[in-house]
Ligand binder design. Structure first.
Ligand code: SF4
Length: 304
């Protein structure tokens, strides 16, 4: 189906009233680049019901559109419920709910539903080199659901990232490592006693998994959440830099400065702020941290 130029410009101006093209209008408002015809045609094809999609269901607590910090390009981030960790600073306390408990922040949805939501923005992925990111919580907690989502994205040529705490049996990573394009792997604390104290679990499995995953070329982006006085201490950062220097094939390091977004959620969910109210890192402190990581010779940038 050829989309004439005049119709394309009408769509971009949100003035197209064709029922078939109507769904496009709501998804085009943020585009700044000219769109190519193939993207339109693909979009139209993929927004129709796809009988081959599985009906498996899983639990999510959010889908974020136009995410720009969860992997390359413009992405749709799907937040899966459930996490085996219990980090004192968790920005998504709703993710910690039990997978099967139902409430307004924990929806049971089908693979088909999630894939159709992802496909709505396929033209933006094409234009920006983006795709879908599966986050949480810990997405590997709902392994079968995640596996189906990744498999369907792969079948439809949609780039995928998994945002993981790394705390899952390695056999699970092995099964999805070739389905996912990039693994965003969080490391928090190198000292195991501190790791247990602040996350509720040992870091042994996490560090072992990371080492094994970096046997794969161009697969892993290491992410370090900078939590004031917990993970951003000089002692921990020096150990982290040393540990990362022992790994190979890392694409890059993302440093995640502290932000206060999570604090409001704790009030809403009536949960205790175990670290109290924290101050965000100053520019000088962030630059000092980054210069430590720059010594690794691996691309390092800030996110968030
Ligand atoms: S691993 Fe992530 S989602 Fe899980 S508790 Fe920690 S910060 Fe929250």
């Amino acid at each position: 189906m050829e989309i004439p130029n005049y119709q394309r410009s009408l769509i971009q101006k949100k003035q197209c009233f064709s029922p078939e093209l109507e769904p496009l209008t709501c998804n085009l408002k943020q585009t700044t680049k000219p769109l190519n015809n193939n993207s339109f045609i693909y979009y139209l094809k993929t927004t129709k019901k796809d009988p081959s999609l599985g009906m498996m269901k899983g639990n999510i607590f959010d889908i974020k559109k136009f995410a720009i910090h969860d992997g390359p390009g413009i992405r749709t981030t799907v937040f899966l419920t459930g996490c085996p960790l219990d980090c004192w600073w968790c920005h998504n306390p709703e993710s910690l709910r039990k997978v099967n408990s139902s409430n307004e922040t924990n929806k049971e949805v089908s693979v088909e539903y999630v894939i159709q939501e992802i496909e709505k923005d396929i033209i933006f992925y094409d234009e920006s080199g983006g795709g879908a990111t599966f986050s949480g919580g810990e997405p590997l907690v709902q392994f079968d659901f995640l596996y189906e989502l990744l498999k369907n994205c792969k079948r439809k040529n949609i780039h995928t990232c998994i945002d993981t705490s790394g705390y899952a049996p390695f056999e699970k990573f092995e099964k999805i490592v070739n389905l996912a394009d990039i693994i965003l792997f969080d490391i928090k604390l190198i000292d195991d006693e501190l790791h247990k104290k602040y996350t509720g679990v040992s870091n042994k499995l996490i560090l072992e998994n990371l080492k094994k995953l970096t046997e794969h070329k161009n697969k892993v982006i290491v992410r370090v959440p900078l939590i004031p006085n917990v993970t951003d201490t000089k002692v921990n950062l020096d150990k982290l830099v040393k540990y990362i220097s022992s790994l190979k094939n890392i694409i890059k390091v993302d440093l995640l400065p502290y932000n206060k977004i999570g604090e409001a959620k704790y009030n809403r969910f009536d949960q205790e702020l175990r670290l109290g109210k924290l101050e965000i890192q100053s520019e000088d402190k962030l630059e000092e941290i980054k210069s430590n990581f720059d010594s690794l010779g691996i691309e390092t940038s800030f996110r968030g």
